[in-house]
Design a protein around this ligand. Structure first.
Ligand SMILES: *Cc1c(COP(=O)(O)O)cnc(C)c1O
Length: 416
């Protein structure tokens, strides 16, 4: 007669070495017994763990990979109370929007700035606060979809503002905006951050819109703070040449600029509204701000990021460190891995920024598609790309501290 299967309890107890909390060990044991395969319980427990949020090695070469949390940051906060809503000078109630808002405004060349939970929320709040029931003019060439459900016309509809389309898909002129300037509350420009239009195209610049009357709001998306990149010792890299920046957009006459915290800014997920103090204040007074306001953790991390910009210390920001790493150094790291074939490859910024722009890079290639094996690597899953039938690990997006781990995983593949 076959052995009787173990009890749920006994099987769960046998998995304790995995470090999973007891309720999950019970789940794994139950599932294994229900399948009639008690020996599969340990594997099921590991599958449960793979479902948790955890650090991964990004070997894709996509600097701002939305699936991998966009920009990495190494800011950490002490376990402590903060003056989140306390004015330390007066001892009276303060506003959570003040601390990092003021620093961000200084860094961006704006009068004021307000932080919310993400870029989409920032767009929604601006429209709801500044154009309730009113018209907002947008070029038909900029009615974009960003991905993840962000479609400008839909966000506009939710905000209560009325979309007033002007121009055509490929050509919009100042005269198109001028024709509706008398009947709209805002002129909105949206950065085509994830696609490019070429050929018979015409666009209206911010400076041209600024003279028409209604405030000009620019959804920049990617959030490059300053085109001159004063935080980089050698100034802006060539691949950044055509990217519009916050400071210059405000300088050109935009009343408000909206951008994400976790794209080219290199910070935590956040949305930032920067520009004229009076308009920023109207956004912060709107009831929707209460719904989309960030927590102290995000504000604390963002403040550290903004202070690095003000110190002109791009090297302190992982995104700029990785984006600026030179190819020779990356190739030397690839050679040091001790496995795979050292190859030249191309990184991209990703995350809905700089479409079509590539950054020369280096890494290693392994025959075939081994992305599944790499995702199972311990202690950290490694995420890579398949290019022309080979798996390529681009070292630009890999923290040098993880090189040993990547090398070990690649060598293990070679010895299969
Ligand atoms: C990314 C982006 C958004 C959305 O920002 P999230 O921070 O992802 O919510 C909105 N508009 C533009 C132009 C963008 O590029």
């Amino acid at each position: 007669m076959a052995d009787r299967p173990p009890s749920v309890d006994a099987l769960a107890r046998s998995l304790r070495g995995s470090g999973l909390p007891p309720p999950l060990l019970v789940d794994a044991a139950r599932a294994a017994l229900a399948a009639g395969r008690p020996e599969a319980a340990a594997g099921l427990a590991e599958e449960l763990r793979a479902g948790w949020l955890q650090p991964v090695v990004n070997a894709t070469g996509v600097l701002l990979h939305t699936n991998l949390g966009r920009a990495p940051h190494d800011a950490s906060l002490p376990a402590s109370y903060t003056n989140l809503e306390l004015d330390l000078t007066t001892g009276k109630r303060g506003a959570r929007s003040d601390h990092v808002g003021a620093l961000l405004a200084r860094a961006a060349g704006a009068e004021a700035a307000l932080v919310v939970n993400n870029g989409a929320a920032a767009v929604l709040l601006v429209l709801a606060a500044l154009a309730p029931g009113l018209g907002v003019a947008v070029s038909r060439g900029e009615l974009i979809e960003i991905g993840g459900g962000f479609r400008l016309p839909d966000v506009m509809a939710q905000s209560g503002a009325r979309l007033v389309e002007v121009g055509t898909t490929n050509r919009t002129r100042v005269a198109d905006f001028a024709a509706v300037a008398g009947e709209v509350a805002l002129l909105l420009k949206v950065h085509r951050s994830n696609f490019r239009m070429t050929g018979f195209v015409e666009d209206v610049g911010v400076a041209d819109l600024a003279g028409l009357g209604p405030p000009v709001v620019v959804d920049l998306g990617s959030g490059l703070l300053d085109a001159a990149c004063p935080w980089l010792p050698d100034g802006p890299p060539a691949w950044l040449r055509h990217e519009p920046a916050v400071r210059q957009t405000i300088g050109a006459g935009a009343a408000l600029v909206v951008f994400s915290g976790d794209k080219l800014l290199g910070g935590p997920q956040a949305g930032i509204i920067a520009g004229a103090a009076e308009l920023v204040a109207r956004c912060s007074r709107h009831p929707l701000y209460r719904v989309v306001r960030p927590g102290g953790t995000v504000l604390g991390v963002l403040q550290q990021v903004v202070l690095h910009y003000l110190h002109r210390d791009g090297g302190a920001l992982p995104f700029w460190r990785m984006a600026g790493a030179d190819v020779d150094g990356l190739r030397r790291r690839a050679e040091g891995l001790g496995g795979g074939e050292v190859v030249a490859c191309e990184s991209i910024t990703g995350g809905g920024t700089l479409p079509g722009v590539v950054i020369p890079s280096a890494g290693v290639a392994v025959a075939g598609d081994v992305t599944r094996e790499l995702r199972a690597a311990a202690p950290k899953p490694i995420v890579a790309r398949v290019v022309d039938g080979r798996t390529v690990l681009d070292l630009r997006t890999v923290d040098p501290d993880d090189d040993a781990l990547v090398g070990a995983a690649v060598r293990a593949l070679g010895s299969r």
